[in-house]
Ligand binder design. Sequence first.
Ligand code: ATP
Ligand code: MG
Length: 483
Amino acid sequence: MPGILKRLFSKSPKKKKVTKEIATNSQTDSANARVLSRDAHSVSRKNISNSALKVLYRLNEAGYEAYLVGGGVRDILLGLQPKDFDVATDATPEEVQKVFRNCRLIGRRFRLAHILFGREVIEVATFRANHDSQPNPTQSKSSKNDLSRTSDHGMLMRDNVYGNIVEDAFRRDFTINALYYTVKDFSVIDYTHGLEDLAARKLRLIGEPEARYREDPVRILRAIRLACKLSLDIEKETAKPIKQLAELLSHVSSARLWDESNKMLLAGHAQSTWNMLHELGVAKFLFPDTIQCLEDNAAPKSAFSQFIQAALKSTDSRIANKLPVTPAFLFAVVLWEPINRLSIELKSKGMPAYEASQRAATRVMEKQRQVIGIPKRFSMVAKEIWALQHRLHNRRKKSVFSLIAHPRFRAAYDFLCLRAGDDAELNKLADWWTRYQELNAEQRNQFLNEVEHSPNKPKRRKPTNKSKTKQKQKRANGNRSTS
Ligand code: ATP
Ligand code: MG
């Protein structure tokens, strides 16, 4: 048990009844909260961003309840620095907007207020309730559809029924995410035995797991992501339905899966998360073509599998070293084999090599974008990285100069180094580019001259009569094709 949690429990906090206000508001009999006073836990204002504190104090001053909740409380109790801070309140989003000028309301499925402090965003959510609860009178003007709507698959398409803190706690996903911290008396309130699970390092869904996954299949991804990020065990009953229900992810919008896959792959734990997604049978609903290729070549040490593992590992280590990463690179990696396969297939049907690789890149990327809504600005970068892989083979002076100045050169070079794996030829090529980059301008010139005069110098094809005629025609047509 980590020191912090030992301290947390060694003071055997009094199991107080929840405050009168909460108990009378509660519509459930589960308001037997454990309340940890300030001296019994490690959440300090020093660990909370000033912006989050401002939001908490300002909502309290305006007469509303306000609590820090979610990752903010959970991570501090685990001795980690939270990535962001989430606030829960009894103010409706519109009421929150009246308190903060720097506020914008977002989301339809789950309506939220974002309070903006420069680049920091504090997410403020109104307490949610069960969908069979009586609608709150403040919501009566809205149509029922705007508050609560379920799809044919049992998925919640709208989750905007407001309630009180106790109901809110039971609407959250995992017990460790339902811990509330208040700046009124600096206590931490736990309705769902989250503190015990945190101490035992267990990730447990609140309520009946199958029903909770059906309501929102993204909880499957959140379970895997949080287990890997925080090194937690997924509790047995929470883990059990994952394999069987993973296919429900195919009903989740591609925009939401884009957000979630970014959180899974760009938070410093990409390798373990990818492996768990694969082991639990979830990955095939996110990366169908990639998993197909991996399964066709079942050897765990296949070149493609090694390439993916190397890229995930390198992404994690770049994040640990605070180096920039882009999702475009990882998508380029995981789609590399599907593209090569399709390209070979197209060539075998007589398509010229260049056209086949372009066509394959477009088709595979478009298919992937139907599942995970990769924005165009990233899918374009992935395509550039692929196109440069072919150009990296050409070491003529002119080509090298233009390649090295290309904005994607560095990504394409990293991609080559990783995909080289055990391939001797590709390693030789990667070494060449490594060496070239280490030289100064004068040495580079000399190095390239050696290539130009080496017996292995890439030969330019002699133009055939047919292509000579084509070139002549092109010249005669002037700039038409480029204008
Ligand atoms: P992170 O460190 O990634 O921010 P987090 O748990 O804070 O982790 P958020 O996406 O910021 O994740 O969500 C804040 C809180 O909102 C969660 O801790 C949880 O209580 C609740 N929550 C988020 N997504 C869901 C969901 N799909 N179903 C139920 N509750 C959710
Ligand atoms: Mg959060």
